[in-house]
Design a protein around this ligand. Sequence first.
Ligand SMILES: C[S@@+](CC[C@H](N)C(=O)[O-])C[C@H]1O[C@@H](n2cnc3c(N)ncnc32)[C@H](O)[C@@H]1O
Length: 253
Amino acid sequence: MRKVFIIGIGAGNPDYVTMQAIKAMNEVDVFFFLDKGREKDDLVNLRRTICERFIKEPSYRVVEVESPERDAGAEYKSGVHAWHREKAQIFGALIANELADNECGAFLVWGDPSLYDSTLRVIEHVLAEGLVEFDYVVIPGITSFQALAARHRITVNAIGEPVNITTGRKLSEGLPDGEASTVVMLDNGSALRSLVNQDIDIYWGAYLGTPDEILISGKLSERIDEIERIRAQERARKGWIMDTYLLRRAPRA
Ligand SMILES: C[S@@+](CC[C@H](N)C(=O)[O-])C[C@H]1O[C@@H](n2cnc3c(N)ncnc32)[C@H](O)[C@@H]1O
């Protein structure tokens, strides 16, 4: 039976790779690298570095394919479903054609595979559609918001309070009531302005765990101009940006 590892590699620093991930990587015959867009080269390079650094006997193969882009013009959820189906065809073909029956393949997932990543859904599609038979194992990784919290030296939740993890798209609809902390990922930079009149602390991080890492924290109203300026500047310099942030509403008196 073919075996596929879905390995969380952490969100940027090769030192985030866990011992469990290293153990799994050393069993792998074929790594599948799927990336897209302008960040592609940097992200593929990090995966290569991780393989080179942690695999003892480099007899593995790497198969690199361009990941399809989501149709940004389509209605969001139906667009995402269509995109997953398209990726399932690609994953199915990779597993069927690039792995022999007793071989082991792996997808190296940025951060942790459970959070805002399509790999597990796509794998389920491949199996549900009977494209190829295989067993799969998921290895957790350090997610970007854990890296963010560690670098700012903060807890993610306020004492005894919940945590909301959301996207920039959803944040535009407002923060939940109460003192909850909100972690925001996948923001195109447009969501924060709508909150600027509220008493909120922000802990912002870009390119966490990498040599380009930038950290900013303080009152949102006092930091927003700097965050927007640096975001635009870095996006222009590197061609892409990955940022994530935690918002915490000041406790009511
Ligand atoms: C497609 S999601 C993948 C999340 C990933 N599975 C994780 O566990 O962090 C990509 C988003 O994660 C966040 N992100 C991932 N890596 C990051 C990093 N090194 N620095 C800052 N944000 C990061 C950004 O919000 C980015 O838009």
